[in-house]
Design a protein around this ligand. Sequence first.
Ligand code: HEC
Length: 460
Amino acid sequence: MLDTLLGWIDDRSGLITATRRVLQHPVPPRTGWWYVFGSATGLAFLLQVATGIALATAYVPSSGQAYDSLRFISEQALLGRFLRGMHYFGASAMVLLIGIHVSRTYLMAAYKFPRELNWLTGAVLLLLTLALAFTGQLLRWDQTAVWSVIVGAAQAGRMPIVGEQIARFILAGDTLGGATLSRFFAFHVFFIPALVFLLIGVHLLLVLRHGISERPKAGEPVDPATYRRRYDELLQREGVPFWPDAAWRDVVFGAAMVSTVALLAVIVGPPDLGPPPDPSILEAYPRPDWYFLWYFAVLAMAPQHLETIIIVAGPLVFGALLLLVPMFNKGERSVRRRPMAALLVVFIWTMILVFWVAGERADWSPDFDAAPLPAQVVRSTDPTIVAGAKLFHDKGCEFCHAVAGYGGKRGPDLTDVAARMSPDQITGRITNGGPNMPAYVRVLTSEETAAIVAFLNTRR
Ligand code: HEC
């Protein structure tokens, strides 16, 4: 019965024969574990589609309800917390895996003749993956997510000539609001995934057309005149069927990846929702998700006059590098004969890691968890001074300034501020603010300012 049915389907559609041909097409021998990251990236994407559709059934993409609907998903909906966790760690997996896959194909020079288009479609897929990560983050619609996008749009706005249009396109208007959310939602769930499906299709067709690249060997350079003949000879001599000889590793690795994501979703869970976005909070310091944190760290640590250059040149250089790679489509593939390629990859991963660690520590962002100054630090029972010390915490000075080790590191340490500043100077600074310090003229009453100054005047 089943055989007749399958036979009928195959006769009318040809699907089963085609699948069998794909699964059994010969691939080069001894490809090994380095070749699993492409299929794992694709699998991570499918996982995102599945969990994303599930989340979209309960998520409300409107600025008034997005936050509450996510609360509902995380706290009450059946499996909601698990699905959000899967979607979050799945996104992390996809970004990480595509990074490894790109590094691997670059290190093994799999982009050389005749696979230049494989590389270029892959490069676009890398950019689309980052775009998915960026647009997805905003859908969380909590404070840091919203501010991350505002900062991103502000950065884009600094590009010469086209900057303003790009910023307006990202925000869907002049400021961030409901229209921004609708736009990000449409891009995140319809437009970008559709492009990704299309490009993965092209990418896979190209893989079938040119075959999986063989393990590079030093001293066997790629020559477009002879490469195809030598590749075919290799397949005839030593080729193995893709399934099961090579594909079993993809299956094992893919299953391990999905299990890890599921395990993390259960044990760690999705990122906590921060406070809902509040446009009146000026001292918001966004912390994007980990895969963009390093870039924020670069911007935060760059001297101000270099910032614009980095914003403009950084993405341009990165994009140009990606496009230029397949121009070098001849010659040695083995990384032993391409030491500069190895150095470049090590350099890029090290930079990302270093800046990511700096972003994790984030000395430049205010410490919103700073505890109120204890009595032994205040060292006075004078009511004005005690009130000033309390205001120093309550009005947020302590987020940025430390006194005797309590508080943030964004601004100068004020432990001995009275030794270098007169009360008038301190008052002036509080009223007018300064670079990276808000002006408090409309935030504090003159009595409050006087109390803070009285307290700071004891610090010498
Ligand atoms: C968002 C972070 C931030 C907050 C909040 C903040 N400051 Fe500052 N503050 C800074 C930075 C950064 C500087 C150094 C830049 C400058 O020269 O203005 C600074 C400078 C100062 C200085 C001069 C210190 C020196 O050694 O030159 C004083 C005094 C000061 N702040 C007091 C306060 C008080 C009091 C409050 C609360 C009412 C406050 N700050 C809130 C970031 C902040």
